[in-house]
Each structure stands twice: as structure tokens, then as C-alpha cells.
Design a protein around this ligand. Structure first.
Ligand code: SF4
Length: 201
């Protein structure tokens, strides 16, 4: 593992593992933030807007909802982006899904290919707080068997980090539309507001 974030970013930028294995992913890898970030937000994978236009994580329609949620915890988007690290389980745009109406979910193999980069980001940045967003990022911390309803709305302490999971804010998600789940999301945002206050984030 490189001991410098700049070197790690160079290695991620040069990565061709998924392409070499025949997956239709499109670079460049998307992430943002610096070594001093005390909080790290981890999504699933960049979408078309992120990869093709803005080159910034969560800058498409799902990102709009995510930042509306984070505003409820007290963070303004520009400030959040400037001070915290944002990454994802896989860092390249996976391409469209078969129906063409959404993005393809990265396969287990692509997640495995990219896990070294995420592990290295976590190790180098060593954030005090992690927000895994969506099932794929949540699985990274809690395994595959736990259900979202048992994890959203709870503040966890894992090793030396506070971990507060959020569901994926995609408009296509039926999970976030259910009123009982909206209560859980609200609870998670209250935890984040408390963490912000406690740690002076
Ligand atoms: S998604 Fe990750 S592992 Fe796959 S090519 Fe991009 S950086 Fe490499």
C-alpha cells in the first residue's frame, strides 16, 4: 500500500483491472478530498453525470437528494465537499444496465478488484466518521446478511470509527419512499447532526 495519498490516487487513476477483465466500465475513477478529511462518505459507484461531466462524486440526481439529507444534519454541500473525502466501492462508471434506463450495478468481481483502493483510502485517511451510502457500501462494513432496516437509523462504533449508514438516495429506490423507512433515515440524520456537534465537524 502506498504511504502517500497522492501516489495512491496516481495508482487508482492508472487502474485498468475491470477493463482488462472485460467489464464495460468507463473511467476516469471518481473520488474527491484530501488526507486531512475527518469524515469519509462512501457510495456505490459513479454515475454517468459524475463520470462524463462533473468528475465529482454524487453530483447527479441522487447526489441532490443526498445533499438535501446532509443539510438536515447541518452540512452545506460546498462545505461538505471541501472538507471531507468522498469515494465509492467501485470508482469507475459501470455503464448502463440492460434496460438502458439506469446504471449497471458493479459485479462482485469488480467490487473485489476495487476493494484494495478503498481499503487503502480508509487506511491512509483514517477518518473518525464514515458514512456508507447504499447497500454495497454498507456491506463493506456489515457483511451481506444484514438488512437495511436493521442498520439505517443506528450509530455504530467499528474499531475506532463512528459509522452511520444511509440508504442509496437514488430516485429509483422504492426503499427510501416507504414512510416507515423515512423515519429511519430521519433518525440516521439526527445521529449525524449529533456527531457533527460532538466532534466539531
Ligand atoms: S472500478 Fe476500480 S478496479 Fe475497476 S478499473 Fe476502476 S479503479 Fe480499477
Amino acid at each position: 500500500m502506498p504511504d502517500d495519498l497522492h501516489i495512491l490516487h496516481q495508482q487508482i487513476d492508472a487502474c485498468q483491472r475491470c477493463m482488462a477483465a472485460g467489464y464495460p466500465v468507463v473511467g476516469p475513477p471518481i473520488y474527491s478530498g484530501n488526507i486531512h478529511a475527518r469524515l469519509m462518505l462512501i457510495g456505490q459507484a459513479p454515475g454517468k453525470t459524475e463520470a462524463g461531466q462533473t468528475l465529482k462524486p454524487f453530483s447527479g440526481s441522487a447526489g441532490k437528494r443526498l445533499f438535501r439529507w446532509l443539510a438536515q444534519a447541518g452540512w452545506e454541500e460546498q462545505d461538505f465537499r471541501a472538507r471531507f473525502y468522498m469515494s465509492s466501492v467501485t470508482k469507475c462508471f459501470p455503464g448502463p444496465n440492460k434496460s438502458g434506463r439506469g446504471d449497471r450495478a458493479p459485479s462482485r468481481k469488480e467490487q473485489m478488484f476495487c476493494s484494495e483502493w478503498l481499503d487503502s483510502e480508509l487506511m491512509l485517511i483514517d477518518p473518525e466518521v464514515v458514512i456508507p451510502v447504499g447497500k454495497m457500501a454498507i456491506e463493506r462494513f456489515f457483511g451481506r446478511k444484514r438488512k437495511l432496516v436493521d442498520l439505517i437509523g443506528i450509530r455504530f462504533q467499528i474499531d475506532n470509527r463512528i459509522v452511520v449508514p444511509l440508504p442509496h438516495p437514488s430516485g429509483a429506490s422504492s426503499w427510501i419512499q416507504k414512510s416507515e423507512n423515512k423515519v429511519l433515515i430521519h433518525r440516521a440524520l439526527q445521529h449525524l447532526a449529533a456527531v457533527k456537534e460532538e466532534l466539531g465537524l
